[in-house]
Design a protein around this ligand. Structure first.
Ligand code: ADP
Ligand code: MG
Length: 481
């Protein structure tokens, strides 16, 4: 076991977001994921001699959208560079990226967990294109190459080394996923590689001012792998440092099957990419109107909605968090909140019934079969004490799904679910329960107070769910004492 407790872990991320544009970054090829191999290609994405790239305006718009959302300065004069290297899935021999003048500079992202609440500083965001994909595990003898991904637009978000634990990385990646989905610039799907990151990790003695030397784990495409890679690296680096060794700045690969990192290349023979300005793309000059218009059209952001949900609607942090995960859900809540002020009741209904139903049926919540009015009327029935909440949730709700056009009140009446607030009705039931259980009454009176639950159960059952539990409870305590 490595002794790690004397060190502080320092982590910086380079996050890649695959953009949900229709076409690729520099040509008209379809950018969609999942097509038959090598069907979304052209002379341009293959970099044939004499072809000219042409910039996709959507990519620029999406980059600015993200920049505005994280408070970056938008660099109106940005430009592309060629990053030269040889790889089988990069037939052009170079990648178009932004090295000298990225499109977004600075910014920050707030993250919050059980033992941290901080801001991660963003160094910059730049545009680039993806490479193709080499597949090594399909054919016993050959590596296969799929170039559909070659030229798909990416944003790379480079953070400052501000993370101190895998939990912080986890929350940041979840926050980025949520953000790119709200902004509708990416599906944020980690399994399909739309969101992935390079994780830079170093250790330093607690209290030290200088950062230690770092290693970079390439292309991590799941939150679980990121955590495993960090935990492994922390132990590996601590072992080396504890033995008096020094960390070499390696680029590492993480193998999910073994949970182990291994060197891809060392700094000594690191690639020299020989960046130079892309000769076939003119530098961008963005007008302030273009930049401002994108800002004006930004959707409400999750952090702002969270504030509104906790402050204006007085929802619990837990509920507000759940309801702002997905933009469609948050907007659905907002629609209901315009019809009823019973915000907690609406939140409970969405979380316990509507969202699970939409998930089960694999429909978008916006396609939910009941109208906003029916849902808020349903909540009001419970609020007014007309239908007990257990009866409403367990029986009325499924009945409404069967008859989506029915009024909740009419259906509750038809199904004989209207709660009896009638004192005599409740009183008779309480008397009967007491008369039928003399032993239990004695036991209760001699101190077994939790028998109250037994009586409650008897009475609510006898009422077929129609007795108001609050009224029963009050009367029962009264009569038993
Ligand atoms: P380079 O120019 O060598 O690529 P950068 O300074 O641009 O390095 O940093 C690249 C990434 O490495 C960033 O995400 C940054 O936060 C991270 N990083 C830099 N120094 C450290 C360190 N000492 N420990 C962990 N991560 C680091
Ligand atoms: Mg990089």
């Amino acid at each position: 076991m490595a002794e790690t407790s004397t060190y502080e872990t320092v982590i910086g991320l380079e996050v890649h977001v695959q953009l949900a544009t229709q076409s690729k970054a520099f040509c008209a090829d379809d950018a969609a994921f999942g097509a038959a191999p090598n069907t979304h290609i052209s002379a341009i994405s293959l970099g044939h001699p004499g072809t000219l790239p042409k910039l996709n305006e959507k990519q620029v718009e999406f980059a600015i959208r993200l920049g505005h959302a994280i408070g970056s300065e938008i660099n109106a004069n940005n430009s592309f560079d060629r990053k030269n290297y040889f790889y089988a899935d990069l037939p052009k021999g170079y990648q178009l990226t932004q090295d000298r003048a990225p499109i977004c500079i600075g910014g920050k992202v707030a993250i919050k967990g059980s033992n941290f609440n901080k801001e991660i500083r963003i160094h910059h965001v730049h545009m680039e294109e993806d490479a193709g994909k080499s597949i090594h595990d399909l054919d016993p003898k050959h590596s296969l190459i799929d170039l559909n991904r070659a030229g798909v637009p990416l944003l790379e978000i480079v953070t400052e080394p501000d993370f101190r634990s895998p939990e912080e990385v986890d929350v940041f990646m979840t926050t980025m996923r949520q953000l790119v989905r709200y902004l509708e610039i990416s599906d944020g799907n980690m399994e399909e590689g739309s969101l992935r990151c390079d994780v830079n990790i170093s250790l330093r003695k607690k209290g030290a001012a200088e950062y230690g030397e770092r290693c970079e784990v390439k292309n991590v495409n799941s939150m679980r792998f990121a955590r495993q890679a960090i935990e492994f690296e922390v132990k590996r680096q601590a072992n080396i440092l504890n033995a008096g060794g020094i960390i070499k700045r390696n680029t590492l690969n993480f193998d999910p099957a073994t949970g182990v990192t291994s060197p891809l290349r060392e700094k000594e023979d690191a690639n020299d990419y020989r960046y130079f300005p892309a000769p076939d793309l003119t530098p961008l000059e963005l007008s302030s109107e273009f930049i401002e218009k994108i800002k004006t059209n930004l959707p409400p952001l999750p952090a702002v909605l969270y504030q509104q949900f906790t402050k204006d609607f007085a929802l619990s942090e837990y509920n507000a968090n759940l309801l702002t995960q997905e933009k469609a859900v948050a907007f659905f809540f907002l629609r209901l909140s315009e019809q009823s002020k019973n915000y907690t009741g609406i939140a409970n209904l969405l979380i316990n019934k509507v969202i699970p139903f939409a998930n089960e049926q694999k429909i978008n919540i916006s396609e939910f079969p009941l109208s906003a009015k029916a849902l808020t009327d349903f909540v009001q029935l419970i609020e007014d004490g007309k239908v007990s909440s257990s009866l409403a949730y367990q029986r009325l709700f499924p009945a409404l799904i069967e008859s989506p056009d029915a009024s909740p009140l009419a259906l509750a009446e038809k199904l004989n679910m209207i709660q009896d607030g009638d004192d005599d009705f409740v009183s008779d039931l309480v008397d009967a329960a007491i008369a039928n259980n003399p032993d239990k009454v004695k036991a209760y009176q001699s101190g077994k107070k939790n028998l109250i639950g037994f009586f409650m159960g008897e009475i609510v059952r006898a009422s077929k769910g129609k007795a108001d539990p609050k009224a029963v409870n009050a009367l029962l305590r009264d009569k038993l004492s």
